[in-house]
Design a protein around this ligand. Structure first.
Ligand code: URA
Ligand code: SF4
Length: 210
């Protein structure tokens, strides 16, 4: 990765650290810009920091993060090889749902991170991240586990949120099964990338890959 892209990603983190674009700055302890490899092939996007994340400034460092680590381990990935972020960089008080105005204010940071990291696959965790990143795609119960290439040329996989699966044995099994598809999807993306070398970028329809 070029030093320029790296310094741009660091500059975004600094900007987030001073951000007052929505009222969540008033109640945060730390901002949680995201963490991991700036050259990651896979980027995970959760909802928003919870209490532990707000205390430590690191995404998914509580109970659902532990489960996420286990799932990464099961496909021989780890946190330092992927990038993990959230739709909001600051914790909503009492973990309430993100408001549309907050998501809108915070979105440019995430968009810029995606542009600079340029992951092969974006994995959305839970309904909030899924509806933010794939507007119009419909509910997560219908779309989980399907890799979709969207009209913007990027490929997304929606998964249930690890926190939801922690309290529901059935969802846990489904999440583990969906998660295990990630290596297969990455493999397939390598091939499709080659096949589509000369494809007109504006002409890519939403396409189911796995
Ligand atoms: N849940 C999320 O969506 N994100 C975190 O960082 C932690 C818990
Ligand atoms: Fe800024 Fe996002 Fe934090 Fe709101 S949630 S203050 S937009 S960094």
């Amino acid at each position: 990765m070029s030093d320029d892209r790296k310094s741009q990603l660091c500059a975004i983190e600094d900007e987030i650290g001073n951000c007052k674009k929505c009222d969540l700055y008033k109640t945060r302890t730390n901002t949680v810009p995201g963490s991991g490899d700036f050259e990651a092939e896979v980027m995970f996007i959760g909802e928003a920091p919870g209490q532990k994340e707000d205390e430590q400034g690191i995404p998914f460092c509580g109970a659902s993060g532990k489960f996420l680590d286990e799932m990464l381990d099961s496909i021989e990935l780890s946190r330092d090889k992927v990038f993990i972020a959230n739709t909001l960089k600051c914790r909503p008080p009492n973990n309430r749902d993100p408001e549309d105005s907050e998501k809108e204010a915070c979105r440019p940071y995430l968009d810029k991170q995606i542009e600079l990291i340029n992951p092969k696959l974006i994995v959305t965790l839970g309904k909030h991240a899924t509806s933010s990143m794939m507007p119009g795609v419909g509910g997560i119960s219908k779309n989980h586990g399907k890799a979709l290439r969207r009209p913007n040329g990027r490929t997304y996989l929606a998964l249930y949120h690890p926190a939801a699966a922690l309290h529901n044995g059935g969802l846990r099994e489904t999440l583990l099964e969906d998660f295990s598809k990630i290596p297969k999807i990455l493999d397939k993306l390598d091939k499709t990338k080659n096949e589509n070398k000369n494809e007109d970028k504006n002409n890519i329809k939403q396409q189911k890959l796995v």
